[in-house]
Design a protein around this ligand. Sequence first.
Ligand SMILES: [Zn+2]
Length: 89
Amino acid sequence: MKCHHCRIGHLHSTKMPFITFLDEQMLVVPDVSAYRCDMCGDVLFNEGFLEQLQYLLDQLTEAEYPPETAEWLALNEQLGHWQPGDRMS
Ligand SMILES: [Zn+2]
């Protein structure tokens, strides 16, 4: 697989830590499947993994809401179906 960044190098399958920031906290996920370019060193993480991670982070962030806020959010979700850009079923 050719590197999309430099278009010269080739991407090699590797494992490396994924680092992201949650507010001001650093979150490190060790040993994530990734591709690294042998020329420019550009790293491409598995998209499925990133989606799963985002989902998990959303769940974690939601769990931090106090019960009143969670209730309000649930109510707001029920009432909010008229809003443009909302998910359509
Ligand atoms: Zn490259």
